[in-house]
Design a protein around this ligand. Structure first.
Ligand SMILES: [Zn+2]
Length: 430
């Protein structure tokens, strides 16, 4: 079915029809999980949950699936069918990656849904896409490739190469749509500002958040909009996508049921999702660790799909920035043989101009040794975290070491190891 026909059809459905479809898909998914996945079978048995009586994820009480469950039990414990491929997500609060498995049929399905979303953003058969999505274990390049085959547009995958090299090699293809990670697109735009831009229809970013000032700077350079996708590897990279209004993400109600738990008085809480169309590795009430809200008011764009507000924060201390997806463990590893015993440290993520700055605050006996500590931090980063170092080489962020006297960092009992001071997307949704 052509994207415009599918959108027309979906728009004509009453909300109750979509909810009925969600419930039917949920019941099927829950039974599949209870029957075939050793993790869910055991958890439901232990908790005395009779899945035949459950109609909606919220009826599962305090049962959730966490990223920790995936790590601890291994993806195999969640499998309900034969997988054709797998992807990884790294860099949360632990160095161990989480794995998620999928079938080719699922990839085709998510490609169709993503094609609808990209069609709404204006992507057409005659467009020329150049993508800088990182192909290493990451799901997004596969999802967009699947979407492109439904749109039939011309596309080339550059992979996540140096923005300067991308800029030079892009000229031969004259792409009018560019895909990449936000911090990478910011850097590419700086180069385009200095060396000249070409006409673009839009830019499309996924994989991390971006400040509105950085987004505005990119759009000024290209005279074209930058749209964001919101996803997680566990969610097939496709939880929600912005429309031309850029006021939150239209949520993917065809493939998920979303809930918010631990809501504050404004409705913000942790986003929880249950997959509805996955046969290989369904997830029941998966904790995203992202803090946001569900927006049910209609969007000015008129699209039937309701929205997820902008992401306020991570529920844990994971920070997504120009360095990559970093958590306390990353800095602890970089500092492991640099700190004097008992010395404290803290990483502060700031945004100066359009680039993220990671200020590593380190307690030192001799404040004059700051330069020495900084060079050891850099060489540890280079040797131990090739990906983060590569982003540093690409100038996607700056890393600074600030010297603090012993005993001055810890104000209270607990020291927050990673502090995100950026003004993230605070333009409020509705
Ligand atoms: Zn909209």
């Amino acid at each position: 079915m052509k994207p415009e026909r599918a959108i027309g059809l979906l728009s004509s459905l009453p909300a109750s029809a979509i909810e009925a479809m969600q419930r039917a898909r949920f019941r099927r998914t829950l039974r599949l999980a209870a029957e075939k996945s050793s993790f869910y079978r055991e958890e439901f048995r232990r908790r005395g949950i009779d899945v035949r009586k459950i109609e909606h994820p919220s009826e599962l009480g305090d049962f959730f699936t966490t990223g920790e469950d995936l790590r601890e039990h291994g993806a195999e414990a969640f499998l309900t069918g034969r997988a054709d491929t797998a992807f990884e997500t790294t860099g949360t609060t632990s160095p161990a990656p989480k794995r998620a498995y999928f079938s080719q049929k699922e990839i085709d399905e998510i490609g169709r849904t993503s094609a609808l979303a990209l069609h709404l953003l204006g992507l057409r058969r005659e467009d020329r896409v150049l993508s800088a999505f990182d192909c290493s274990f990451w799901i997004s390049p596969v999802v967009v490739r699947s979407a492109f085959q439904y749109i039939n547009c011309f596309h080339v995958e550059a992979g996540k190469i140096e923005p300067l090299e991308f800029y030079e090699r892009a000229l031969a293809y004259r792409p009018n749509v560019i895909f990449g990670e936000p911090s990478w697109i910011v850097r590419l735009s700086e180069i385009a500002e200095a060396r000249g831009r070409w006409p673009l229809k839009f830019l499309f970013a996924g994989g991390e958040n971006i400040t509105e000032t950085a987004r505005a700077a990119v759009e000024r350079v290209w005279h074209a909009p930058l749209y964001l996708n919101y996803g997680q590897t566990e969610a097939f990279g496709a939880i929600g996508i912005e429309c031309k209004e850029k006021q939150g993400y239209h949520r993917n109600d065809l493939n998920f049921i979303f809930e918010i738990v631990d809501e504050d008085e404004e409705g913000y809480g942790e986003l929880i999702y249950t997959t509805l169309t996955r046969d290989v590795m369904p997830l029941i009430r998966y904790r995203s660790t992202d803090i946001t809200r569900l927006v049910d008011e209609p969007c000015a764009c008129g699209l039937f799909a309701r929205r997820i507000g902008k992401i306020r924060a991570r529920a844990d201390e994971m920070v997504v920035c120009g360095m990559g997806n970093v958590g306390p463990w990353v800095f602890a590893e970089i500092l492991s043989d640099v700190l004097t015993p008992g010395a404290d440290w803290q990483a502060v993520v700031k945004n100066e101009g359009h680039r993220d700055v990671i200020e590593l605050r380190v307690e030192m006996d001799d404040l004059m040794s700051q330069g020495d500590v900084e060079s050891r931090v850099r060489s540890n980063l280079r040797e131990r975290f090739a990906d983060f170092w590569r982003n540093h080489e690409m100038k996607l962020y700056e890393l600074e070491v600030a010297a603090y006297a012993r005993g001055t960092l810890r104000g209270g009992r607990k020291l927050q190891r990673v502090v995100d001071k950026r003004q993230m997307l605070l333009r409020r949704v509705v």
